[in-house]
Design a protein around this ligand. Structure first.
Ligand code: 5GP
Length: 132
């Protein structure tokens, strides 16, 4: 499993347009693009343009860096809410009217591969529960 880290990730190269990707939504704070290995007919990744310590969700809730102030954690509330809000917008835009799945893989046991927080929006097929 990848080691959680604050170092630059492949998503930084996507944000800076160094790596080609299919944008489905963009505003000043959030970028959404199609996953390179889709797990369904629709699979979109929703990421903040600025990482700001948000390498993963558990780290956002309990940052390992004691220097990080509670103010910076509170600033995460806005971006985390925004990720979910635009995830819903894009699901509607993609016609996922019968439902969809939102996933956040967090940390090594959560199968997180890229340590720049992101929300997966997966749809266009019947999902199962519990996930594997
Ligand atoms: P994680 O397991 O960290 O939640 O998922 C990372 C996701 O990023 C995976 O679904 C993977 O397919 C996707 N991904 C990794 N590299 C690239 C890339 O270069 N371009 C795109 N579009 N998706 C990528």
């Amino acid at each position: 499993a990848a080691i959680p880290s604050d170092s630059p990730t492949i998503f930084d190269k996507i944000i800076s347009r160094e790596i080609p990707h299919h944008v489905v939504y963009e505003d000043d704070k959030v970028l959404e693009f199609r996953d390179i290995r889709p797990q369904g007919p629709i699979h979109i990744l929703v990421i903040p343009k600025v990482k700001d310590g948000l390498t993963g969700l558990s780290k956002a809730i309990a940052p390992p860096n004691p220097q990080r102030t509670s103010a910076s954690e509170e600033s995460h509330i806005d971006i985390l809410g925004r990720l979910l809000y635009v995830a819903k917008l894009v699901a509607k835009q993609e016609g996922l009217d019968d439902g969809f799945r939102i996933v956040i893989n967090d940390g090594p046991q959560g199968c997180q591969a890229v340590y720049h927080i992101h929300v997966h929006v997966i749809g266009g097929r019947q999902m199962n529960w519990p996930p594997g």
